[in-house]
Design a protein around this ligand. Structure first.
Ligand code: FAD
Ligand code: NAP
Length: 544
């Protein structure tokens, strides 16, 4: 049913699309401020990422206590994490608890996909339509649709022809999968694959790993959560939360050093990296200040990790294949693993280098590369996402004069602060392109955006303002700034999904903002404090 059709069946203040971390907190926050809001969620449950990605080994790679909401002291006091890095099931339980605890479910409509969102310039309302026939008019529309919520299409010939079972890490069966006695093929070696491979390898009769580009991975050293960390967190929580909000990546465990890698001696560097490798997780990249801005400094970390891979993987040829050689470390999302490299010492695991011998086609029995045929019973696609713009691209979003967001973004996403788009008044994006988003502990960034959006909606609603919109100038200046900051780093040197490089035909530009979570927050706060500088606020009388 077109959103632009006759009068709407329901009218509310805010429509929210998506019920992951972002949508849940957005609903809670708006309700508390007295606004009426409704959430539409395509899935049959809440939780977003943690509802969909149930593959074996799926877990957070930011420590549990850091990757959690900070908006409610009571919630923080009552919830206990069991592991250093919470597994998917526990994160899903947590988000369901949040939904129940704050009585959110009565305003969440599940199994409902938003298909259209059209801005009615006369009424200054977003007219939203769903695949279930709902039609709703709302003053504001918040896209909490996720940056990693649309799986990439399999860009491989014959993808539908496989006769065995096919699985996607990003929509894993709820009942789980038992690979015992099976030959399994997995395509991809990103974070999802790197978490799955060690677990699948323990079950499968044989596992073929099809690797196009190796990734850097650091050990998680996961285990039961350390009571010392829990107690320290409890005692210093407010301080730690604030430190995370003011930091570069929103992750305290990065423990960012200010020193240059090039000022240290080789022995000092090895020692510093060793300490951080032993600590686990993202700590490694915090060892020196210039790892992501200076290639020479970066090379020192590359060499360290390469030596680690060589020391873990017994077959030197396999080890060399696993060492990334075409991009600097951390310019593709660093992976955090449990036993990934050691898995290649198992007799039942074969690494197939599809950069050297590309996949020609998926076949009814398995897969054919330029060198060999591989036969298996199950195939796992771990090929990633149409990141950052994918979910928004699936909705027919139309702003002023019927302009489609897809067309406006045909050369890449353009936003002001990653929050709003010029020509699309009263529509907000949570952790949109142009904000720190996927370069950060996303819960920190989500809370910041939800708080900012709520303040903005409150500000507008308390004045005679019926529409707020980014000005084209402010948006252009922000896009330039985002690119300038990215260009000061090594990030653009990698063919990453941050650059849109993983999806054929997608425009190449660095989508998130690498200026740092703390710096970015300050900029957003300043914009608000100056009466929403860079935004045009229109009054009913003035129109536009
Ligand atoms: P999501 O959780 O993606 O939720 C968006 C929801 O919107 C989805 O449920 C989707 O179904 C729904 N939706 C989308 N379009 C529509 C539509 N048109 N109509 C209705 N509903 C719609 N981040 C970290 O910081 N640390 C991590 O360790 C980490 N691990 C991750 C592991 C995996 C496997 C993945 C895929 C991502 C990970 N992330 C991690 C990023 C993660 O996406 C965020 O941390 C966070 O969960 C995002 O929450 P969200 O609510 O913004 O989006
Ligand atoms: P990803 O990082 O994009 O990895 C996809 C993998 O599939 C890459 O190895 C890619 O190779 C390969 N691939 C894609 N298309 C292919 C093709 N046609 N043929 C062969 N190989 C192909 O996706 P992901 O692993 O799902 O992770 C996405 C992001 O989600 C992560 O970066 C992270 O932000 C988040 N995540 C986090 C965790 C966590 O640890 N908590 C876990 C999972 C995901 P190329 O590199 O050559 O393109």
């Amino acid at each position: 049913m077109p959103a632009s059709g006759p009068a709407s069946s329901e009218a509310i203040d805010v429509v929210i699309v998506g019920a992951g971390f972002s949508g849940l907190y957005m609903l809670h926050k708006l309700r508390g401020l007295g606004f009426s809001a409704k959430v539409f969620e395509a899935g049959s449950g809440v939780g977003g990422t943690w509802f969909w990605n149930r593959y074996p080994g799926a877990r957070v790679d930011v420590e549990s206590q850091e990757y959690s909401f900070s908006f409610s002291e009571d919630l923080e006091n009552e919830w206990k994490w069991s592991e250093r890095y919470a597994p998917q099931a526990e994160l899903l339980k947590y988000l369901n608890h949040v939904a129940d605890r704050f009585d959110l479910r009565r305003d969440i409509q599940l199994e409902t996909r938003v298909t259209e969102a059209v801005f009615d310039e006369e009424q200054k309302r977003w007219l939203v339509a769903t695949d279930k026939g709902d039609r709703i008019a709302a003053r504001f529309c918040v896209m909490a649709t996720g940056m990693l919520s649309v799986a990439k299409d399999p860009d491989i010939p014959g993808a539908g022809s496989f006769r065995g079972k096919t699985y996607w890490t990003s929509r894993w069966p709820h009942e789980g999968v038992d690979f015992t006695g099976q030959r399994v093929g997995i395509i991809g070696t990103g974070s999802s694959a790197i978490q799955s491979i060690p677990v699948v390898a323990e079950q499968a009769e044989h596992l073929y790993v099809f690797q196009r580009t190796p990734n850097f991975s650091v050990p998680a050293h996961n285990g039961p959560i350390d009571p010392g960390i829990v107690n320290d967190w409890k005692a210093n929580r407010a301080k730690y939360r604030q430190m995370a909000r003011e930091s570069g990546f929103g992750i305290l465990r990065v423990d960012q050093s200010e020193q240059s890698a090039l000022e240290a001696t080789p022995a000092e560097r090895t020692q510093a990296y060793d300490i951080r490798w032993a600590r686990g997780g993202f700590a490694l990249t915090g060892a020196y200040a210039d790892i992501i801005v200076n290639r020479q400094a970066n090379d020192t970390a590359v060499e360290f990790v390469a030596d680690k891979i060589r020391s873990i993987v017994k077959n030197p040829e396999v080890a060399e294949k696993l060492i990334p050689k075409t991009y600097p470390i951390a310019t593709k999302r660093l992976c955090v693993d449990t036993g990934y490299y050691a898995t290649f010492n198992r007799d039942n695991v074969t690494l197939v280098d599809i950069a050297a011998s590309p996949i020609e086609a998926i076949t009814p029995d398995g897969l054919r590369t330029s060198e060999a045929d591989y036969k298996f019973d199950s195939l796992i696609f771990a090929i990633g996402f149409d990141a950052m713009t994918g979910a928004l691209g699936k909705i027919d979003i139309r702003g002023r004069k019927g302009v489609a967001l897809k067309d406006k973004w045909s050369e890449g996403p353009k936003t002001y602060l990653g929050l709003m788009v010029s020509g699309f008044p009263n529509m907000f994006i949570v952790t949109g392109p142009g904000s720190p988003s996927v370069l950060s502990n996303m819960v920190v960034s989500i809370e910041q955006h939800v708080d900012w959006i709520s303040d903005c909606i409150t500000y507008v609603s308390h004045r005679q303002v019926d529409a707020i919109e980014a000005t084209p100038d402010a948006e252009s200046a922000w896009v330039v700034h985002v690119n300038e900051v990215a260009a000061m780093t090594l990030f653009p040197q990698a063919n990453s999904w941050y650059m849109g490089a993983n999806v054929p035909g997608k425009p190449r530009l660095f989508m998130p903002y690498i200026g740092g979570v703390g710096v970015y927050r300050q900029k957003c706060d300043e914009v608000a404090a100056r009466g929403y500088e860079g935004f045009e606020l229109s009054t009913p009388a003035a129109g536009r």
